[in-house]
Design a protein. Sequence first.
Length: 186
Amino acid sequence: DGLKKHQKLKKPVITPTTRETGPGGHDEPITKAEILKQKLVSPKIYNQIEKVALALFDRGTKVAAKAGLILADTKYEFGIDKKGKLILIDEIHTPDSSRFWIKETYGKNWKKGKGPENFDKEFMRLWFIEQGYSGRGKIPKMPDDLIIKISQRYMDVYEKITGEKFEIDTSKPQLERIFDSVSKLV
């Protein structure tokens, strides 16, 4: 198609996947035609998914750009509630679900054939591959320096996008804070 690695696309591309349940589940590519043929969702819901995904990506792209970042790609996970209504069921625009590139250095790196500076979890994924882990079997224990690097990366992208300092809340034990936060939503 004449594209080069890390080249910006003219418009976003939707690449649906299914999700294997259970530990080590991987995204499995599936086409729109297969989704509709298998009646995983109705054509109306599928079109709604595409519309919502593109709107979310557009918004995420604008927010990232204001922070000096490029939202290179992301994933959105959707479900259908008991009433048949489309719902977003996972986090969005985090280093876990998205690739963020540094806007300031993207152009010159791309021209030199270098990969973009980024704020994502790719380095962690590569570490697991180096350990021989591909999502199945016993998960290797991460060294403390890798855990610190991951934590710092998440805090850095939070601060870059929100413009706010990341503050660790120590007012209550962690599980209690999680329970309190989730309870407000249920």
